[in-house]
Design a protein around this ligand. Structure first.
Ligand code: ADP
Ligand code: MG
Length: 256
């Protein structure tokens, strides 16, 4: 049975896509069967996995509108070692089209049920909003991984996200829980980041992942080569941290 996780945070530019593709590649590296679902119309996770969003035959848009199955629309990224259910601009229209349809927030969940036996992990890269798309992600998932930068307003932003997850849990998806907060783009030389990191641990305890992802330029360079950092430069500090994080995830879900 596949474990399904959303990578979510309403803020843009906090490292969601970087986390999704590198965790996917890290999990593939430690022998897991992985499907990466791109739910952001920007298609960055698609491109960052080596799949051209402009020439893709079928995408998550077709799956949400039920004109294709996940098995039909997903493609293998050979270099990355995982399957990709990609996204492009079409997906921006789905938002409006779904409003008219029945079971609109459960479409992805229903579609993923058909491939449940084919994967160990499904990772969903969410857009930076609480839209119908994100709702489809949250309704499908067993848990949420929240990447965050240890900055001054980080805790405030978290309150909104935690409330949203509570609401979805109460009304739409009883399985949903926060799996953990992942500290990303971390620079230990910055005192404020250390302080916020300590606050996070005081507040959220073991919901804060042990692994910390450092700020690392190789992770930022990798997308322009259509690769996750973990594949582009496995020896980079950031890449090694994501492989460690993948192992932490495997260990954590054993006890879930
Ligand atoms: P989001 O999906 O939340 O919008 P991204 O994953 O696209 O965020 O990250 C935003 C920017 O920060 C990108 O340019 C990305 O390459 C860069 N970035 C993300 N994580 C790191 C990191 N650990 N070190 C350096 N740059 C990073
Ligand atoms: Mg993104």
């Amino acid at each position: 049975m596949a474990k399904i996780f959303c990578v979510a945070n309403q803020k843009g530019g906090v490292g969601k896509t970087t986390t999704t593709v590198n965790l996917a590649a890290g999990l593939a590296k430690v022998g897991q069967r992985v499907l990466m679902v791109d739910l952001d119309p920007q298609g960055n996770a698609t491109m960052g996995s080596g799949i051209d969003k402009r020439t893709m035959a079928l995408s998550v848009y077709d799956v949400l509108l039920e004109s294709a199955s996940v098995a039909e629309a997903a493609v293998l990224s050979e270099k990355c070692g995982y399957h990709v259910l990609g996204a492009n601009r079409d997906l921006a229209g789905a938002e409006v089209e779904l409003v008219e349809l029945d079971r609109r927030e459960k479409r992805l969940k229903t579609a993923l049920a058909a491939v449940d036996a084919d994967y160990d992990f499904v990772l969903i890269d969410c857009p930076p909003s609480l839209s119908m798309l994100t709702l489809n992600g949250l309704c499908s998932a067993h848990g949420v991984i929240v990447p965050m930068q240890c900055e001054y307003f980080a805790l405030e932003g978290l309150t909104d996200l935690v409330n949203t997850i509570k609401q979805v849990h109460a009304n739409l998806n009883r399985d949903l829980q926060i799996i953990g907060l992942l500290r990303v783009m971390f620079d230990p030389r910055i005192t404020l980041q250390q302080q916020v990191s300590d606050q996070l641990k005081a507040h959220f305890g073991d919901k804060v992942f042990d692994t910390v992802i450092p700020r690392n330029v190789r992770l930022a360079e990798a997308p322009s080569y259509g690769l996750p950092g973990v594949v582009f430069d496995p020896s980079a500090r950031g890449s090694q941290a994501f492989v460690t994080f993948a192992q932490e995830m495997v260990d954590r879900i054993r006890t879930m």
